[in-house]
Design a protein around this ligand. Structure first.
Ligand code: 8X3
Length: 250
């Protein structure tokens, strides 16, 4: 039976890698993001493999999220897999030096955005009594580190939401998986450091970081376990990493 997956933040990194892997494995796609051209390129690439719909919205914009998702009709509402991937880090500074706009952006995208998207889709899953939700958290959701307090708070919010969703959705046969990656080399650090590519590069220096495809593989694993199995939580580090702030560099 063919499945439909909706992926937020599909324009790059983990979201894009997941869309590609799902398409190769015959999962129809609703790809969502802010960058229209990037989504169009991805749609173009993947639509020879599966049916693809694109939705352009900013997850932080409540009305845009709801309006865009409500535009889905017919079988496109039969979403089997929701990958709540959109989000990111903005700034890495002591609390006293932090930019309030960065804090708001992280809470708006990482926490509120995930809630806005889920608010529309979860009721459709409840109606069908099936579904899988993959929430992309971070090791930062499990371990708070200096200069990352608000990012860590936003990701520990994701962890709480994953647990809460699981508590409430188990009776409907909906499985919720929280995935917490460590160091993955994507646009993550470029965004965190506001476009400073050298600074971003130095985060992954002298060890082998994860790449987006590594996390996509794990997501794919989680959505393919037998129906009586629920992977509740998965933490994924590169081999050189042992906690949020400890990385063995050569
Ligand atoms: C990404 C991992 O360690 O930079 O969420 O917080 S970390």
């Amino acid at each position: 039976m063919k499945r439909i997956a909706l992926i937020t933040g599909a324009t790059s990194g983990i979201g894009e890698a997941t869309a590609k892997l799902f398409a190769k494995n015959d999962i129809d796609l609703i790809i969502c993001g802010r960058r229209k051209e990037k989504l169009a390129t991805l749609e173009n690439e993947l639509s020879s493999l599966v049916s693809v719909r694109t939705l352009v919205f900013d997850v932080g914009d409540k009305d845009a999220v709801t309006k865009s998702l409500q535009s889905l009709n017919g079988i496109w509402r039969d979403i089997d897999i929701l990958v709540n991937n959109a989000g990111g880090a903005h700034g890495l500074e002591l609390f006293v030096d932090g930019d309030v706009n960065d804090w708001e952006r992280m809470i708006d995208y990482n926490v509120k955005g995930l809630l806005y998207v889920s608010k529309t889709i979860v009721p459709w899953m409840i109606e069908r009594k099936k579904g899988q939700i993959i929430n992309i958290s971070s090791i930062a959701g499990k371990q708070t580190y200096a200069k990352g307090m608000v990012y860590c708070a936003s990701k520990s919010g994701v962890e709480a939401i994953s647990k809460g969703m699981r508590l409430e959705l188990v009776p409907y046969g909906i499985r919720v998986c929280n995935i917490a990656p460590g160091a993955v080399e994507t646009e993550f650090s470029v965004v965190r450091f506001k476009g400073d590519k050298n600074k971003a590069k130095s985060v992954y220096k002298n060890f082998k970081p994860l790449i987006a495809e590594d996390i996509a593989d794990s997501i794919f694993y989680c959505v393919n376990v037998p129906s009586h199995v629920q992977i509740a939580d998965m933490t994924i580090f590169p081999s050189a990493q042992s906690d949020a702030t400890t990385i063995h560099r050569e």
